[in-house]
Write a protein that binds this ligand. Structure first.
Ligand SMILES: O=C(O)CCC(=O)C(=O)O
Ligand SMILES: [Fe+2]
Length: 276
């Protein structure tokens, strides 16, 4: 990918802040993309998917080698170190203006098997009691690379723009993401699986970098093809909450400004009063 120009980078930043997502084309390429494809394909040959992940397709967590050296548990691959360190991704994020970026040193391999069902609408923030969830800038993002091109036929990502900051009626119908209640839904006429008038499809090329705010409502279309559609996802924390990004010139909500770092908040996946 030619590097993002200043103008393109500012546009991506605005998209991430206002819509809740942006896409940077062609970040993961060449040998590493090829090796990640092989690695994920082999993973599916060697491991069975627990049926409770039928809508996510899979949920394999693979640590970097350096993290495994500390924890000595779970599965690791040096490919994860390479992917987390990918210079092109760091450069794209730097240009977009992501500051104080701290990656989780793990990837999650998600997928959609051949003819797999859609993924329910959900958002992934686990910290809704924390004033961080009131932040007008992103503080927790997931960076994804799809291993192949994605289309409306093979189960591309979908999103409802702006829902990272704005409550919509659908929020009240969604059980917490990836918990037993939403995983147990069998009736695809449930609102979690219904089309939404404001939904947009986000088909991408294999290796594009998709950056999503954790709070954004998103899901995926069903896979109506005989090929698996896989993605590799990494979580990153960004900015030093409650300090705004250096480029921030918007308002700062009182909940953010008055944040007391000594208060502890219980984790919660349910949107709080901070989502209005
Ligand atoms: O399958 C996708 O495209 C997205 C997966 C996802 O958002 C999740 O599993 O939380
Ligand atoms: Fe998600």
């Amino acid at each position: 990918m030619p590097e993002l120009t200043e103008e393109q980078a500012v546009k991506k930043r605005q998209e991430l802040v206002e819509l809740g997502y942006c896409v940077v084309p062609g970040v993961l390429r060449g040998s590493l993309l090829e090796r990640m494809r092989q690695f994920t394909n082999q993973l599916f040959e060697r491991k069975a998917v627990d049926p409770r992940y039928r809508y996510q397709g899979s949920d394999f967590h693979i640590a970097s080698k350096r993290l495994w050296e500390k924890r000595k548990s779970g599965e690791y691959s040096e490919l994860v170190d390479e992917l987390v360190d990918l210079p092109e991704a760091w450069e794209a994020c730097r240009r977009i203006g992501l500051e104080h970026q701290r990656p989780d040193d793990t990837i999650i391999v998600l997928s959609k098997p051949a003819y797999g069902p859609p993924l329910y609408w959900h958002q992934d923030l686990m910290n809704w009691n924390h004033p961080e969830s009131a932040s007008p800038w992103p503080t927790r993002v997931f960076l994804s690379y799809y291993m192949t091109d994605t289309t409306l036929e093979n189960g591309c990502l979908r999103a409802i723009p702006g829902t990272h900051r704005k409550r919509i009626p659908l929020h009240d119908h969604l059980p917490p993401a990836h918990g037993p209640e939403i995983q147990a839904i069998r009736d695809l006429s449930h609102p979690a699986f219904q089309d939404h008038p404001d939904a947009v499809d986000l088909p991408v090329r294999g290796g594009d970098l998709v950056i999503n705010d954790a709070r954004l409502l998103h899901g995926a279309r069903a896979n109506r093809t005989p090929q698996r559609r896989t993605l590799v996802l990494q979580w990153h924390s960004i900015f030093e909450f409650p300090k705004p990004p250096s480029w921030w010139d918007g308002e700062i909500p009182d909940a953010v400004r008055n944040h007391d770092p000594d208060v502890k908040y219980e984790r919660s996946r349910t949107p709080s009063m901070y989502l209005r």
